[in-house]
Ligand binder design. Structure first.
Ligand code: SF4
Length: 590
């Protein structure tokens, strides 16, 4: 019997943990092939490839991001080989199981919930030719007369005994290029009504020592990005501390570990420990904030203390060692447009390295979907089941928030213009949300969402918007944008996005003055001892309207026409910025 486990990942760099757990669990009794595709692969290519394995059974790991593409593949497979047994599993098909059995007539089996033991029993039985599946808990199947049957759920697995899903030879060459997902626990103690993890009761842990062995093995074989899928990594403080200590002690250079943490339960001592001991960039935290509206959180049974969350995020940020990615969800119960705006501003205030806006998905099996009527939710029939409107948020308002998301990604999360954005959200617009919303509206109106962008386009487009928006502070904003652009370059840019402010003769004269008096640009510049050739080849000169040194030291804008010199050091490919007030240059005679 040839058995294949497969899935369609969202991106090539992702790997699927579920099929590895299943395979590890059924070996050595059953030999299983494992193959992964992406949702971008044409279905026909996937089907052609799968048939190369001459499969008798194919199992698909299903999620909201791949279910519809998976269904297309299954349909083709069954047309070509009707006797092929198709098994599906995963969070997307583990709820409303009868609906899936009725909708997907090509599917023979659904493995419900945690799949290891069910999958093993199913394979044992298929191998032996036994056709009575009534005793396999956690399985949905069809009787000989094609009637769908859903068996009762099964007891949870003893994770302490689970085998390692990371010892497959064929995975090793890819470890350095892809994200490795690892779990040290299953389940979440919280009850957020929009989340599938709230359904399972209790948290179970894998064997700690085996997990550590796995991590050592993964690092030794080149894994660079290791993401813990534990729903709340820090639910047990002692456990999290032990793992943090282990990772700090034994990590190999270049490895990054990502965790989903619950920020408001993180004790200050833990953060102090990390700030003191963790190497910069070793850890990255993902923190779901979702909403700062207490009434909304209460309605979704989400206990969250925003004050404590703020303390954690601020302490981590001040430590400067760990990047943080914060998530928000638009569309939660009773969170209208203004309330969401407040949530956004509350969270943006923390200046997370990344802020992601998601839109509520009415996932099958969640409490919120079951009670959708109460809040008049209207949502997509098919995955990803995103909401279209509810009693307090119209479709137009959701569309507006999507415009915010679009520009937030490009202008904040990518960190190309931090000085500029900081100035805009604090000095020019009433609130950060107002900036992103106004810009997003303009972006959409100009049709820029439908076309690609070079870096220069992004600067030019923001400048276009600002020209349209206001006459105030334009020279400061333009200077900040030039500064952001130049400091983000590794080499001298051939054609910056702005029009030259200096004519050739002026530029030459400035260069002559700098060569004559390099100390004007400061001691560090003088010590570089750049030759005339270096200066012409590797620097850019620009006029800015404020005192750069004062700004870099204190973060304050003091208006003073200045010359900015950006030196693109060919040795370390770092941009070094120097500046001097124009009036000092005027005094130099050459
Ligand atoms: S949203 Fe997070 S904390 Fe809430 S139930 Fe889901 S995993 Fe647990």
């Amino acid at each position: 019997m040839n058995i294949v486990l497969t899935t369609l990942n969202a991106k090539y760099i992702h790997t699927n943990l579920a099929i590895r757990c299943l395979r590890a669990y059924v070996e050595p009794e059953h030999q299983v092939e494992m193959v992964e595709y992406t949702i971008k692969d044409p279905s026909i290519n996937i089907v052609t490839d799968l048939f190369k394995y001459k499969p008798d059974v194919i199992g698909f790991s299903c999620y909201i991001w791949n279910i519809e593409e998976t269904i297309k593949v299954i349909g083709m497979l069954k047309k070509i080989k009707p006797e092929l047994k198709i098994m599906i599993g995963g969070p997307e098909v583990s709820y409303d199981v009868m609906y899936w059995m009725e909708r997907l007539q090509d599917v023979d089996y659904i493995v419900i919930g945690e799949g290891e033991e069910t999958f093993k029993q199913l394979l044992d039985q298929l191998k032996s030719g036994e056709t009575d599946f009534t005793n396999i808990h956690g399985l949905a199947y069809r009787t000989e007369d094609q009637k769908a049957v859903v068996n009762p759920q099964r007891n949870k697995l003893n994770l302490q005994e689970a085998p390692s899903p990371f010892r497959f030879e064929e995975d090793l060459p890819h470890l350095s290029k892809r994200v490795t997902y690892i779990e040290t626990s299953r389940g979440c103690p919280f009850s957020c009504q929009f989340c599938l993890s709230s359904i399972e009761v209790g948290v179970r842990y894998f064997n700690k020592e085996k997990v550590k062995e796995d991590i050592r093995f993964l690092m030794k074989n080149g894994a660079k990005t290791i993401k813990f899928v534990d729903r709340t990594f820090n639910i047990s403080r002692s456990y999290a501390m032990e793992m943090f200590q282990f990772l700090i002690d034994e990590h190999l250079p270049g490895t990054v570990f990502q965790f989903e943490i619950t920020a408001d339960i993180m004790r200050p001592e833990v953060i102090e420990f990390l700030n003191e001991n963790a190497p910069t960039g070793l850890f990255r935290f993902e923190i779901g904030v979702q909403s700062t509206n207490d009434a909304t959180n209460e309605l979704v049974m989400r206990k969250q203390n925003f004050q404590k969350l703020t303390r954690t995020v601020s302490m981590v940020k001040n430590g400067g060692k760990i990047d943080q990615h914060l998530d928000l969800i638009a569309g939660l119960p009773e969170e209208d447009y203004d309330s969401f705006k407040k949530t956004f501003n509350d969270v943006f205030e923390l200046r997370p390295e990344e802020l992601q806006l998601g839109f509520l998905k009415m996932l099958r099996g969640t409490g919120l979907r079951i009670r959708a009527e109460q809040h008049q939710y209207v949502y997509m029939d098919h995955s990803p089941y995103e909401i279209l409107k509810n009693n307090v948020l119209s479709f137009e308002e959701i569309s507006k928030i999507k415009q915010v998301e679009d520009v937030l990604e490009k202008y904040w999360n990518d960190h190309r213009m931090d000085y500029t954005v900081e100035y805009l959200v604090t000095e020019v617009f009433a609130t950060p949300f107002d900036f992103f919303q106004e810009f997003g509206l303009y972006w959409d109106k100009m049709g820029w969402g439908r076309i690609g962008h070079q870096l220069e386009d992004l600067f030019q487009r923001l400048w276009n918007f600002l020209s349209f928006w206001s006459e105030e502070n334009r020279s400061i904003i333009h200077s900040l944008m030039k500064l952001d652009y130049l400091r983000g370059q590794k080499y001298k840019p051939r054609k910056p996005w702005w029009d030259d402010t200096l004519i050739k003769e002026e530029r030459s004269e400035l260069y002559r003055k700098i060569l004559a008096s390099p100390s004007l640009l400061g001691k560090a510049f003088e010590e570089l001892q750049l030759s005339e050739k270096d200066i012409y080849k590797h620097t850019v000169l620009e006029m800015i309207s404020f005192d750069l040194n004062h700004f870099l030291q204190l973060g304050e804008i003091k208006e003073k026409p200045s010359l900015l010199l950006a030196y693109f050091d060919p040795k370390d490919q770092q941009t070094k910025l120097f500046s001097t007030p124009i009036k000092y240059l005027e005094e130099v005679n050459v």
